[in-house]
Design a binder for this molecule. Structure first.
Ligand SMILES: Nc1nc2c(ncn2[C@@H]2O[C@H](COP(=O)(O)OP(=O)(O)O)[C@@H](O)[C@H]2O)c(=O)[nH]1
Ligand SMILES: [Mg+2]
Length: 307
């Protein structure tokens, strides 16, 4: 699905907190001879912005090696860092899957409050802007007010929604929505689910049931299972991703609230630890505050010249 075009200015704005932590130390390193001390500082900086041990070790070990060989003489630390960070992110499929004939079904999951419903609204709006027909399934029947929250978004964006009452069986709501998507010839069905705590097994089983119902109704569905993670939660996102992946086949990550944190480096840790590609990022509370995750744009917005 070719949806979402990267908007560099919006991405820069969304990453300003993370960039502000990196900027000053990088500025002092710049122009210096790159030696062991510089690499030590860089290591500390990467770890403090939640880039994680795996990516940090891989980058600094290579650089130490190159310092020892004299290979880094005259090189620019910012250029090097951009290049090495980008290498870590390349070669992953980050596109949103599309079904060739039947409706495309996208299941959205994640723990409570991470931004699922908002993210569903963001995706729905982008799809509608592209001229696609969208149907929302309000399968969070667990939390009070969840259905009306999604219904409000649906009305604002101008798309249809299938909902049950609070306490209704989420799998039944999903089944109804999937049936409607097929009969109305809808392009994309977006399923919003409850904020199940990842430690609660019954809730995880419910998610599996929602997935099974979707598969039954639409061949090959769900075509995408997006796990929403809250970037402000830093390293806690890693255990959430692991737990969800044990129950359902997560195909991509929607990393919400990148605008609210200086820990934007968590993208690297998430991909290292889980192997799941980050596909979309949230950089604000409005429906338009969504960006595709484009590694080159992300790295450029993270580390800028003139810092
Ligand atoms: N700053 C910011 N806030 C967000 C973003 N995404 C969601 N939120 C806020 O996070 C809160 C919880 O969002 P909600 O979609 O209800 O989470 P859910 O419980 O997972 O469905 C709301 O106040 C949202 O406005 C984002 O990308 N940036
Ligand atoms: Mg919700």
């Amino acid at each position: 699905m070719g949806l979402f075009r990267a908007t560099i200015a919006a991405l820069r704005g969304g990453l300003s907190k993370t960039r502000s932590v990196l900027s000053a130390p990088l500025a002092t390193m710049r122009g210096r001879v790159i030696d062991g001390d510089t690499i030590d500082e860089l290591e500390h900086l990467l770890l403090s912005s939640d880039v994680g041990v795996t990516t940090t070790d891989a980058i600094v070990e290579d650089l130490r090696h190159e310092v020892a060989n004299g290979a880094l003489e005259g090189q620019d630390i910012l250029e090097l860092l951009r290049e090495r960070l980008l290498q870590r992110l390349e070669g992953k499929n980050r596109s949103i899957a599309v079904a060739p004939t039947s409706p495309t079904a996208i299941l959205v999951a994640g723990v409570n409050g991470v931004g699922k419903t908002t993210s569903v609204a963001k995706i729905a709006r982008a799809l509608k802007d592209e001229g696609r027909t969208v149907l929302l399934a309000a399968a969070d029947t667990f939390r009070a007010g969840a259905v009306s929250q999604l219904a409000t978004w649906a009305e604002r964006i101008g798309i249809e929604i299938v909902k049950g009452d609070q306490g209704a069986d989420p799998a039944a709501v999903t089944f109804d929505a999937a049936s409607a998507a097929v009969s109305r010839n809808i392009d994309v069905l977006l399923i919003d689910t409850a904020g199940r705590l990842h430690t609660q097994d019954p809730l995880m089983r419910q998610l599996e049931k929602i997935q099974q119902v979707t598969t039954k109704k639409i061949e090959g569905a769900p075509h995408e299972v997006l796990l929403v993670l809250d970037a402000t939660q830093g390293q806690n996102t890693l255990s959430q991703a692991k737990r969800f992946s044990e129950s359902i086949a997560v195909t991509g990550i929607f990393l919400a609230k990148l605008d609210g944190t200086a820990r934007g480096g968590i993208v690297f840790a998430i991909e290292d630890e889980t192997g799941i590609p980050v596909k979309l990022i949230g950089i604000g509370e409005r429906p338009e505050d969504v960006e595709p995750f484009v590694p080159s744009a992300f790295v450029s917005a993270l580390i800028e010249d003139g810092t």
